[in-house]
Design a protein around this ligand. Structure first.
Ligand code: GLC
Length: 430
């Protein structure tokens, strides 16, 4: 648990928003890198950025209705374009056709919906003239990289980076969350011209600045030095995340279709069922889910993404009790199930619907009452004598200590059915 910000793990579910100039090419937020586009070529998107349908109130409503408790928006992505009216650059929304600061209304909209306010901020900057060309820069394959790098000065870029973070954390009231992205000093990315990491960003000083300006904020782990939580990306951890053998706070970031930025022709959408199972799976391992949407160049969340959010919201409306404030269980879940627990409530998420009986090891005698969560309908507890042999019409006993619950034949018509078990207080571990 992050002591100074318990809201973070209680929330369990947030919305990531990747939005910037790359919404216009609409083929992944790394388009500048993938297509090795120069700053000059890329500027055609700057000249056309005019999101006339941008309404952050709608984003905030969609997030709240999906059951999300916080939202994290890209203030600047790797392409260097800034959504706010930074005094330190001209490469900002105010100088595009939209002509205004897009961060201020976003912050207001979240607060109006009771959501926590998060910023994503790219450490990488493919636009800044002092940011040296490295192994992941769009110009990495240029014939004259040494020439292009002559005169670039990372010390000046660092000043810019720190200055912009100062602006973002000074001018918009309380900011609850900050996601820096990312450090790559020691990865394969660095092949040709090297990578960048904590030294390049002066991460110690930057993190100290963040904490000074926003003492309550939670910060991720991508500065190349430890933060408040770790950030598995596009995979589900096998169990609780550990650092040096100790469990840590974590948040998985996931996409709807494999791309973060709006990607028009990408149809690789995860189903609503799968997204809900991913959320549940993460909470059962003590983690949060930050689920991404990539609004269009006109500023709206497209219908496919909205449908996913609505589907999750329908499930959350009935089941959020098994998510908010819940985490790993003291008990071990059997196959095809995930447990989450909050105090004396144990939630059994049934990823597969068995025929009439579900067998839960080690719970015999420990449950006072049980119900289906979607409609609070009672389900019966059975403890079959472990010595009983299976006969023509009677099931055999399960291993000693097993609690058997009798389910209706008809699976409730929800994405993931959940049993709510009320544990006997004396059996609850703190
Ligand atoms: C990455 C990518 C990226 C995305 C992010 C989300 O490291 O560079 O485009 O913003 O992770 O976690």
């Amino acid at each position: 648990m992050i002591q100074h910000a318990p809201w973070f793990e209680e929330s369990r579910f947030g919305m990531f928003v990747h939005w910037g100039l790359y919404a216009l090419p609409a083929r992944h937020e790394w388009v500048m890198n993938r297509e090795e586009t120069t700053v000059e070529e890329y500027s055609k998107y700057f000249r056309r950025f005019d999101p006339d349908l941008y309404d952050p109130n709608e984003w905030a409503r969609a997030a709240r209705r999906a059951g999300m408790k916080y939202v994290v928006l890209t203030t600047k992505h790797h392409d260097g374009f800034c959504l706010w009216d930074s005094a330190l650059t001209d490469y900002k929304a105010t100088n595009t056709p939209v002509g205004r600061d897009l961060i201020a209304p976003y912050v207001d909209a979240l607060r109006a919906e009771g959501l926590k306010v998060g910023f994503y901020h790219s450490l990488i900057d493919w636009h800044h003239p002092d940011f040296t060309i490295d192994g992941v820069h769009p110009q990495r394959n240029a014939t004259d990289v040494e020439v292009l790098n002559a005169g670039r000065d990372m010390a000046r870029y660092r000043e810019y980076l720190h200055g912009q973070v100062r602006e973002l954390l000074s001018n918009y009231g309380t900011i609850d969350y900050l996601f820096f992205d990312f450090s790559y000093a020691e990865t394969g990315h660095a092949e040709f011209w090297g990578g960048k990491g904590a030294k390049d960003w002066d991460s110690e000083t930057l993190l100290a600045l963040v904490r000074e300006l926003q003492p309550g904020i939670v910060v991720n782990d991508r500065l190349g030095i430890p933060g408040d939580f770790v950030t598995p990306e596009q995979y589900q951890p096998a169990g609780p995340m550990m650092v040096d053998g100790a469990p840590v706070s974590w948040e998985a970031c996931q996409t709807l279709n494999g791309s973060w930025g709006y990607d028009r022709d990408n149809l690789n959408y995860k189903s609503v069922d799968l997204l809900i199972r991913m959320l549940v799976d993460g909470v059962s391992k003590g983690g949060n889910l930050l689920l991404n949407v990539g609004p269009t160049g006109r500023g709206s969340i497209d219908p496919r993404a909205l449908a996913s959010l609505e589907g999750i919201g329908a499930w959350m409306q009935l089941h959020s009790r098994s998510i908010y404030g819940a985490g790993t269980s003291q008990f071990t879940a059997p196959a095809d199930t995930r447990y989450t627990q909050r105090g004396d409530r144990l939630y059994v998420h049934l990823f597969a619907w068995p025929f009439e009986y579900v067998h839960l090891p080690d719970l015999a005698g420990k449950v006072e009452y049980a119900q289906l969560l979607n409609d609070a309908s009672e389900v019966f507890l059975q403890e079959v004598d472990p010595g009983q042999q299976a006969m023509n019409m009677t099931p055999g006993g399960q291993p000693a200590g097993t609690l058997t619950i009798k389910l209706p034949v008809q699976r409730p018509d929800v994405a993931v059915p959940v049993l709510e078990l009320f544990l006997k207080p004396e059996d609850v571990n703190d």
